[in-house]
Design a protein around this ligand. Structure first.
Ligand code: SF4
Length: 367
């Protein structure tokens, strides 16, 4: 039986598709998550499971329905239950009658031998040099997409032609979807920069800008279909938005051992001393980092029932008073209603705007 490979729908999925296609796999693209995905996930998951588990469950069922027989995903470790996700998902899918295998990647620092074995599986009888060549195209694609996306979310609030930035972003994404070589990568990069430069912006003083950082558990931070597309929501309210997590940074840390995440964890050390699983320590470290970088407020996204993020939520009042940074925690599950959270976010932004105005008045406009 030939391998029909799929993966979780998380962030820039064209990158996973591209890598697997270039390694010679038949790829089954998981459909973009919809209400049907959530309904399927909720129906076949344990009731107490967190929303990322349920969303992935629905996602995998839809991929299996399209013919996938192999799913490649990443695992977790430490006290958080993400470490069991792959195993539990596979068992549920098999009980449902799908003949599917999982390849779960964990951090190479934890299980180097196991990771090498899994890399050989996804090498798919291609040479190592071919794999290196493919990675040299695919990783820069991921990095560029993250860089452009980050940039776009600093431009939307100031665009003169409403909707132009998102239009440009969608075009850039389409262009990168067609990149399969170094030459195409360089052309896409040049075109991306040209398109970004073509966006007309109105001039806004720095002290009038509102910058919001988004922190929390990786799945709900990165995937817009589950977090009410919170970055664009914030931009539509006139704020710049930046996430604490981008997939390229996750890869750099977990595969290439890049040190940025360690720096962030050190910032969180005062509030959570040990690694308690999930992203709790990086969540608190990122709040301090955003404050140090001049951000005005933080949206903390927490899957309902997520123990690591419950711990970070419990220390947030202390961080807020130590660093004078407002934080709004939003709990996300399958019942999350956009209207309710929109009202809370709007009120939060109004509060920040008023605080900035007051500070400006009291400093005699010198801020
Ligand atoms: S970090 Fe939280 S939401 Fe993510 S898998 Fe662990 S418990 Fe679930």
């Amino acid at each position: 039986m030939s391998n029909k490979v799929s993966f979780p729908y998380l962030g820039h999925v064209i990158v996973y598709k591209k890598f697997l296609q270039m390694m010679g796999f038949e790829v089954i693209m998981p459909p973009a998550p919809t209400q049907k995905t959530i309904d399927l996930g909720v129906k076949y998951s344990p009731e107490f499971a967190c929303i990322p588990f349920k969303m992935l469950m629905g996602n995998y069922i839809e991929a299996c329905e399209l013919g996938a027989n192999t799913i490649i995903s990443s695992g977790g470790h430490g006290p958080c239950r993400a470490g069991f996700y792959g195993e539990v998902h596979q068992r549920i899918l098999r009980q449902m009658g799908y003949d599917v295998n999982f390849i779960i990647f964990d951090s190479p620092k934890r299980d180097l031998f196991g990771t090498i074995k899994k890399f050989f599986k996804i090498k798919n009888k291609q040479s190592i040099s071919k794999m290196v060549k493919v990675s040299k195209v695919v990783f820069p694609v991921l990095k560029d997409l993250d860089t452009f996306e980050k940039k776009i979310h600093t431009m939307i609030p100031y665009e003169i032609n409403k909707g132009q930035s998102l239009e440009v972003w969608r075009e850039i994404y389409k262009i990168y979807d067609e990149v399969y070589s170094q030459k195409e990568l360089l052309e896409a990069r040049a075109e991306g920069h040209r398109m970004i430069d073509s966006i007309k912006l109105r001039k806004v003083n720095d002290d009038e800008k509102i910058k919001i950082g988004i922190v929390g558990e990786i799945f709900v931070v990165i995937e817009p279909s589950i977090n009410m597309d919170v970055e664009n929501l914030l931009c539509s309210l006139g704020c710049e938005a930046e996430r604490s997590l981008y997939l390229s940074e996750w890869v750099e840390h977990n595969i290439f051992g890049e040190k940025h995440e360690k720096t962030i964890q050190d910032l969180g050390e005062k509030y959570i001393e040990i690694l308690i699983g999930g992203h709790a320590k990086t969540t608190v470290g990122n709040i301090v980092d955003f404050k140090n970088r001049g951000f005005d407020g933080i949206i903390h996204l927490m899957p309902f029932g997520c123990l690591p993020e419950l711990v970070s939520q419990s220390v947030i009042p202390k961080i807020t008073s130590d660093h004078d940074i407002p934080v709004l925690t939003l709990s996300i599950d399958e019942q999350t209603g956009k209207s309710n959270n929109l009202t809370r976010i709007e009120a939060f932004i109004d509060l920040i705007r008023n605080k900035k105005t007051k500070e400006k008045v009291f400093s005699g406009g010198k801020k």
